[in-house]
Design a protein around this ligand. Structure first.
Ligand SMILES: [Zn+2]
Length: 143
């Protein structure tokens, strides 16, 4: 693990999610309940903000209430969307059906491998929270 590279990753100030996008994501979370749901977020970086422009709802192939995995096929599909749409994959969404929207130890491990914004929805409080990993995990506001 190289701390320098980690610190040099994006320094975001905020992520912009519309009410409609939040509804799409929370509905997806409800549908996948009691398991975690997941999605890939596409968007644009505008200065130090990220604007979400497209959501790709994915399947949690683990079908677990405490973990999620996106299939290799859907990750390839996301790469294709990225190439075809000129939007960038800017982050990952997943839900915590039974806990608050804070990164779990597993999430922290995967944040290191999948940089970008991690948006988490809590089925308990119905809150969205977003995180980026710089030298450590930092919460950023959702607008
Ligand atoms: Zn999680």
């Amino acid at each position: 693990m190289d701390g320098w590279h980690r610190r040099s990753r994006i320094r975001l100030q905020k992520i912009i999610l519309t009410e409609n996008q939040k509804e799409i994501l929370s509905n997806h979370a409800e549908q996948e309940n009691p398991n975690e749901s997941c999605a890939i977020l596409f968007g644009k970086e505008i200065q130090k903000s990220i604007k979400v422009e497209k959501i790709f709802l994915t399947k949690n192939i683990e079908q677990s209430p405490v973990n999620f995995t996106i299939s290799a096929e859907q990750r390839l599909e996301a790469d294709k969307i990225e190439r075809d749409s000129k939007l960038k994959i800017i982050g990952i969404f997943h839900s915590h059906p039974n806990t608050e929207a804070y990164p779990s130890d597993t999430d922290k491990k995967f944040m290191d491998l999948n940089p970008g914004v991690w948006v988490i929805f809590s089925g308990v409080s119905k809150n969205f929270r977003a995180y980026v990993l710089e030298s450590e995990i930092k919460e950023i506001p959702i607008e």
